[in-house]
Every structure is written in structure tokens, then in C-alpha cells.
Design a binder for this molecule. Structure first.
Ligand SMILES: Nc1ncnc2c1ncn2[C@@H]1O[C@H](COP(=O)(O)OP(=O)(O)OP(=O)(O)O)[C@@H](O)[C@H]1O
Length: 315
């Protein structure tokens, strides 16, 4: 598989702040790579490094060349902060951006792809809603039908239906061979779209893997979340699972689907009144919380009970 993107030992500092600390990664042509990490982790800086829009130390190769030497018509970039001219309509903006390329796409078709049609396509950009503006920005990044598409938090502000429509559009592009480098704070988005996900914390790419492998390795076991105002005193005698608190919820750890009834019985036996129960299989959000060290923030172990009687079942 040919690499579309390669970074080796990429480092970037702003004064005393090390935004990137020797990041190395390779993204295959046609791959969708999701980059996640806390605010200030260095995600935008890495996008800028990979697109040649900020100077870094280390090596960066985009489509086999230095980023600044790549034909711009092959690259699509949606920066995190992007404000096109406010007093142009989406249709005019798209025509303007398409005009920069020999073979730009039909502006109306690209706008339709991101759900901007009819009235909003003819309104000044500055008069659009936040989500509509973001859709137009995505369209601008797509207008040259790029081989490699960088999307820095593309769906921020876009409503749930629009977000799903955009996911489908990105899936179509990926199926057609477009390489996508995506940053997002939505773990659902990253989990759904990405072939591989990289976790960046404090400028350090700590882990890279497929969502499935990451969840298996770092996601922990299935758990039961119990919404309750009551204190969990007394559970120790009745429950053979570890219990912790997370915010205003109790977390009963390592509960397989066939154990849920037993746990509920144990909660009843302990006289614990609860508002709701949610059984949760581990997902990328759990991986995120684990890898960024936030998994147990605000939580405390309540019991360290003996292992569940049916440990290993249904995990
Ligand atoms: N132009 C700049 N001048 C000074 N410091 C900067 C600049 N750009 C970024 N930084 C710093 O570099 C670090 C990484 O910032 P970056 O924007 O890459 O993080 P991020 O992971 O994209 O964050 P977020 O999730 O909030 O968008 C931060 O500490 C930030 O303050």
C-alpha cells in the first residue's frame, strides 16, 4: 500500500509550548485516519504540519513530496477556523473557489452534497447559521475533488441529521479512494469513519490502531451505569462486582449481558433506589478516557469486590 502521508519525528514549539513532540505516522492512500486528543493536544498543529501550512522540524511527506510542492488541486483542507468572505452567497463562494482549479466541481452539486440548496445557497454567507456555514466550508474543501482531504473538526455545529449525511458523504469519498485525515472530538464520528485512529496527548502520538483493536485493548469490560442519589453503602455484601462512582452515577464494572438481572437483584437487596440503568459496552469514548487519563476523574472506587462469579462470560 502506498503512503499518502508520512510524518517522521515532527516537532513544533511555540515559545515554551511544545505542540508536537516528535510525531511519526504513516497514512495509506485511501485510508481514513482519525486523530483525537484533548484540547491543546496538538491536533490542529499536526494538520498544519502535514499540509505545509506551518514550519516544523522533522520530515513530512504528502503524496510523496514536500507538502508545499504538492499540486493544490490534489489537496482539500478544511481548517478548524475558516471564514470565507461574508458578503458572498454559498453559490458565489463555491464558484470562486472552483475557479482556482482547472477541473473544479460543479458548485451547485457540491453544495447539494453538503445539504445547502434553495434559499441558503443564495443567502450571504455571514447570514447563515453556524451549522450552515460549516457545511459551506466543507463544500469548499471538496470543490476540487481532492485526493487527500484534511478535515479539522468538520462537523462542529452541524445538526445530527446533517452530521449523519456528512458521514455518509465521507464514506462515499473514502470508498472512492480519497484519503481522509480527520480530527474530531466526537468519538462516535471517529469510530464510525476511521480505519485507524491516533491518540495525541501533549504533542505525543501515544497509540494508533483500528477502532476495534483499540476498544479491545483499552476499552475495558461491559459495565452497568446506575443513576442514583443514594449512597452505595451495603452493596459490598450483596454484589460480587467492583463498583465505582463516576459523577452522579455508580458504575458496576465487568457486567456481562446475562448478569444484568443478578446485579439489579443485588441493588434491590441493598435497598438502593435508582432512576435508571444503562448497560454499556466499551467504545472509543472509553478508550479516550482511559488513554487521556480521564477515565477515573471525579470517580472513586467504592468496593473492590471479589471477581464476578461468571467472569469471562459474554465479554
Ligand atoms: N499560533 C500559535 N501560537 C502559540 N501557541 C500556539 C499556536 N497554535 C497553537 N499553539 C499552542 O500549541 C498547542 C497545541 O494547539 P493545537 O491548536 O494544535 O491543539 P488542538 O489539539 O488542535 O486543540 P483543540 O482540540 O482545542 O482544537 C496548544 O498549547 C496551543 O496553545
Amino acid at each position: 500500500m502506498t503512503a499518502a502521508l508520512v510524518a517522521e519525528g515532527v516537532t513544533k514549539s511555540y515559545g515554551d509550548v511544545t505542540a508536537l513532540d516528535g510525531v511519526s505516522l504513516s497514512v495509506d492512500a485511501g485510508e481514513v485516519f482519525g486523530l483525537v486528543g484533548p484540547n491543546g493536544a496538538g491536533k490542529t498543529t499536526l494538520v498544519r504540519a502535514l499540509t505545509g501550512t506551518t514550519a516544523v522540524t522533522g520530515e513530512v511527506s504528502l503524496l510523496g513530496r514536500e507538502p508545499t510542492a504538492v499540486d493544490p488541486s490534489r489537496i482539500g483542507l478544511l481548517p478548524q477556523s475558516f471564514s470565507p468572505a461574508g458578503r458572498l452567497t454559498p453559490r458565489e463562494l463555491l464558484a470562486q473557489y472552483a475557479g482556482r482549479y482547472d477541473a473544479g466541481r460543479d458548485p451547485a452539486a457540491v453544495l447539494a452534497d453538503v445539504g445547502i440548496e434553495g434559499g441558503p445557497a443564495e443567502q450571504w454567507y455571514e447570514e447563515l447559521s453556524g451549522g450552515q456555514k460549516r457545511r459551506v466550508c466543507v463544500a469548499i474543501a471538496l470543490v476540487n475533488d481532492p485526493d487527500v482531504l484534511f478535515l479539522d473538526e468538520p462537523t462542529t455545529g452541524i445538526d445530527p441529521a446533517g452530521r449523519r449525511a456528512l458521514w455518509e458523504l465521507l464514506e462515499e469519498l473514502a470508498a472512492g479512494g480519497t484519503t481522509v485525515f480527520l480530527t474530531s472530538h466526537s468519538m462516535a464520528e471517529v469510530e464510525r469513519l476511521s480505519d485507524r485512529v491516533g491518540f495525541l496527548t501533549e504533542g505525543d502520538l501515544v497509540t494508533v490502531g483500528s477502532p476495534r483493536d483499540l476498544v479491545e485493548t483499552h476499552g475495558g469490560a461491559s459495565r452497568l451505569l446506575v443513576e442514583t442519589d443514594a449512597t452505595p453503602a451495603g452493596l459490598t455484601e450483596t454484589l460480587s462486582h467492583a463498583v465505582s462512582t463516576r459523577g452522579d452515577r455508580l458504575v458496576v464494572e465487568d457486567v456481562g449481558p446475562r448478569e444484568i438481572g443478578d446485579v439489579v437483584d443485588a441493588l434491590d437487596a441493598a435497598g438502593l433506589a435508582f432512576e435508571s440503568l444503562t448497560w454499556k459496552q466499551p467504545d472509543l469514548e472509553d478508550v479516550y478516557l482511559e488513554l487521556t487519563g480521564d477515565a477515573f476523574e471525579g470517580s472513586a472506587a467504592v468496593t473492590a469486590a471479589s471477581p464476578p462469579a461468571t467472569a469471562g462470560e459474554d465479554q
